[in-house]
Design a protein around this ligand. Structure first.
Ligand code: 9WN
Length: 412
């Protein structure tokens, strides 16, 4: 396909997955509105329909809980094709519409800023309405998911990298006793070898049941969930998002002091995510140790405006090892699996965040190399959920919203 045909195909995916105000990640596998997927979708729509971009974010925030938490899934309409649905989450009365009880990486403020900057006139009203909601959401993270400036997650789904090796030690410490029978739906849509295992799923569901048993109470979940892992992706994403929100505060004439203080706190916290090898890595808070993992999240340091010669060296190694970097786990590590989800495959969305960070920090050649290889991957293999980093084979769901958005907004 030539460039124009790829543009048209990417736009068609966004339109096809549009359910009128919100966009599905892909129909069948993910039949609801997901939090960070929608922020990427909005940035994709902004390339050709700015009003629709704002509508995506506005609809997303229609699901915000009064405590500021923005759920990771909004169940706008029942759909038996996905498990676990609202009956499993048991969050009735917590938010304005049926939803999950955990959040997801807060990329929304960053894309809201980029959409606003693209056309400040079109953005003034929606941005003014979203600003306090974004602040409330970030404040929720800073209060309930903050361990000394490192942002932690209480469920692998909260971090968006469901089966990353960063979570292995915390997952292994859980005995999912009493989880009961349930039927997965994901493996009816895609090959099970590309998805998390049954051991993973037992623990995912057990953790949902446990938080539900705690009444989704913020303090109880933050203190008592046995799964508490500080996450480089979450920390770098919130750090970046706070900076972007501060820039929006300036544009809107709002106060930025609290946002600047959060930025300083997270900048100091992110340093603690460096493991003894100097790599930004998950930290199991209950066990008190790093994972030893070089994941694609490790390369988000530049996105958070922290430089690292060592990570640049790791990036050059990834370029040498893979035709289609950045692998979600380092090639050659014991965990690496080229097809299994967040344990090896390349994800376009993470590549875009890494690329934006590299460009910001002056690593122009690496940013361009990553963009060009990501563009080739999509041109050769379509708009898949994720890809084998060695062969480029598409994996997971097809016709994927955020991959199409990344093509339109960055790779092309
Ligand atoms: C659970 C929708 C979501 C992404 C996540 C990705 C995957 C869900 C799942 O799909 O997670 O939230 O059921 O596997 O890991 O990052 O937001 O695309």
């Amino acid at each position: 396909m030539d460039h124009l045909a790829l543009d048209q195909a990417a736009r068609a995916i966004l339109r096809k997955n549009d359910r009128g105000g919100y966009t599905l990640p892909t129909s069948g596998l993910y039949p609801y509105q997901w939090n960070w997927d929608s922020a990427f979708a909005a940035w994709g729509f902004a390339q050709f329909d700015i009003e629709r971009a704002w509508l995506e974010l506005t609809t997303l925030f229609s699901g915000q809980w009064p405590n500021g938490m923005l759920p990771h899934i909004l169940f706008h309409k029942p759909d038996p094709g996905y498990f676990p649905g609202p009956d499993v989450w048991g969050t009735e009365g917590k938010g304005p519409i049926p939803s999950s009880g955990i959040s997801q990486p807060p990329v929304a403020a960053t894309f809201a800023r980029m959409i606003y900057d693209k056309n400040p006139d079109a953005g003034r009203n929606p941005m003014a309405a979203l600003f306090p909601k974004l602040v409330a959401w970030h404040r929720w993270f800073m209060r309930w998911r903050n361990a000394d400036g490192m942002i932690f997650i209480t469920h692998p789904w909260e971090g968006g990298r469901d089966n990353a090796p960063d979570w292995d030690s915390a997952m292994q410490a859980i005995d999912p006793v009493g989880v009961g029978d349930y039927t997965r739906r994901d493996t009816a849509h895609v090959d099970a070898s590309m998805r998390p295992t049954k051991d993973d799923y037992d623990r995912y569901i057990w953790l949902v049941q446990r938080a539900r048993g705690l009444g989704w109470d913020d303090a109880a979940v933050a203190q008592d969930q046995p799964f508490k892992v500080a996450d480089p992706l979450m920390t770098f994403v919130l750090l970046r998002a706070n900076r972007d929100l501060a820039a929006l505060a300036d544009a809107l004439g709002e106060d930025r002091a609290e946002l600047d203080q959060w930025t300083a706190e997270l900048t100091a916290g992110a340093e603690k995510l460096r493991n003894t090898a100097g790599v930004f890595d998950g930290f199991n808070l209950n066990a008190g140790h790093h994972t030893g993992s070089v994941s694609n999240a490790s390369f988000l340091c530049w996105y958070g405006h922290l430089d690292s010669a060592q990570m640049l060296d790791e990036l050059h190694q990834a370029f040498d090892q893979c035709r289609y970097p950045v692998p979600s786990q380092k090639v050659g590590s014991d965990w690496f699996n080229a097809k299994r989800y967040w344990r090896g495959p390349t994800w376009g969305i993470v590549n875009m965040l890494i690329g934006l960070g590299l460009a910001d920090m002056g690593h122009k050649a690496e940013a361009e190399e990553l963009r060009a290889r990501t563009a080739a991957l999509m041109a050769e293999h379509g708009f898949a959920e994720y890809y084998d980093p060695l062969t480029g084979d598409p994996a997971g769901g097809g016709s994927f919203t955020w991959t199409a958005a990344v093509w339109l907004a960055w790779a092309s």
